[in-house]
Design a binder for this molecule. Structure first.
Ligand code: NAD
Ligand code: ZN
Length: 344
């Protein structure tokens, strides 16, 4: 079959032919219908080989959806032909975190060599995908796989981040969303669906801010040195109660810290290498800083339910499998608005 692989450190992704996979005991084979292109892949492809933690080549794609094509020995309760979304942060299934469905924080995945598809295990950017366990599948039902595949990460990750701060996202509060890209433009819609907070979106270009307004941001601000003053002005000097940073680079974590109000939540989702200093005097009293990773199995079910109610829709640009390297180039150059999705 055809697959999009990251083959050697520092190289661009390539479309190659690999053997057709067959599901082992307990596994499920999906015929891939769609695979999302995430900026995290670019971060991974920029890491030195010794920091990767898994061998190359790697078939990319940690946002996946497809139909059940074959079942490994012993798999029950999954119907051939059913359209499924893949829950990506695979865990051991046995530790206390996995028992709660919080497989994204599995206590043993690393030592057991368990990796998410596309981030260590063979990913969804191929004609077929092996899913290690049927519990990592959520039925898509009537939801279109191409339109909704990115909810498995670009939806689930913001949903988890927002859920952590729900008590602070009361009417009258302000939430700053930094980076209205793949994750950010879904985060804005989820905030509208889940809360009554007022949303101020930041990005680098007027085109991105236009998308932010279209999907529900109340105010938009160009992300430059004057952004903090604009946020302060829009909040009567108080600052924001919640800041979701979907860039996480030094300039944006600095903006996040400076835009925080008293007892705010600063949530750094982006992998841009920025940090926030904590300690008396460096942030307003009782401000919390956290860096969450992906989301839980039950949260993915909830995100898909929100999509079924029509309250979140991903702005999708589609590419064929052959065009996947181009999709990564375009994402790297800041030329994708919303989410790029590969349709094999
Ligand atoms: P993306 O490229 O689609 O979106 C990033 C957006 O940020 C773009 O619109 C870009 O214009 C904007 N941006 C860049 N620099 C900016 C700045 N200085 N100020 C304001 N906006 C700026 O990327 P994505 O796929 O949405 O991913 C966003 C980040 O989240 C990446 O760092 C990715 O690795 C990370 N991520 C983290 C998790 C997690 O679990 N923590 C999960 C998925 C993605
Ligand atoms: Zn991702």
């Amino acid at each position: 079959m055809q697959a999009v692989q990251y083959r050697s450190p520092g190289s661009a992704p390539e479309v190659v032919t690999v053997p057709d996979p067959e599901p082992g005991p307990g596994q499920v084979l999906l015929k891939v219908a769609a695979a999302g292109v995430c900026h995290s892949d670019i971060a991974v492809m920029g890491m030195p080989a010794d920091q990767l933690g898994f061998p190359l080549p790697l078939t990319l794609g940690h946002e996946g959806a497809g139909t059940v094509a074959a079942l490994g020995a012993g798999v029950e309760g999954v119907e051939l032909g059913a359209m499924m979304a893949v829950y990506g942060p695979w865990g051991c299934g046995r530790c206390s975190m996995c028992a709660k469905g919080v497989e994204n924080y599995c206590l043993h995945a690393k030592e057991l060599g368990i990796f998410p598809p596309g981030l260590g295990a063979p990913g969804a950017m191929a004609e077929y995908l092996i899913v290690d366990d049927p519990r990592h599948l959520v039925p898509l039902g009537d939801l279109d796989p191409v339109q909704n595949v990115s909810l498995t990460d670009a939806g689930l990750t913001p949903y988890h981040a927002i859920s952590l701060s729900l008590p602070k996202l009361v009417p009258g509060s302000t939430c700053v969303v930094i980076g209205a890209g793949g994750l950010g433009h879904v985060a804005i819609q989820l905030l509208r669906a889940m809360t009554a907070t007022r949303i101020i979106a930041l990005d680098l270009s007027e085109e991105r801010l236009e998308l932010a307004r279209r999907v529900g941001a109340h105010d938009t601000v160009i992300s430059d040195a004057a952004a903090v003053d604009r946020i302060r002005a829009l909040t009567d000097g108080d600052g924001a109660q919640v800041i979701l940073d979907f860039v996480g680079a030094p300039p944006t974590t600095a903006t996040a810290a400076a835009a925080a109000g008293v007892a705010a939540d600063i949530t750094v989702v982006g992998l841009g290498g920025g940090t926030v200093e904590v300690g008396f005097g460096s942030l307003p009293y009782e401000t919390t800083v956290c860096s969450p990773y992906w989301g839980t199995r039950s949260e993915l079910i909830e995100v898909l339910d929100i999509a079924r109610q029509g309250e979140v829709s991903v702005h999708v640009e589609t590419f064929s499998l052959d065009e996947a390297p181009l999709a990564y180039e375009r994402l790297h150059a800041g030329e994708i608005t919303g989410r790029a999705v590969i349709v094999p």
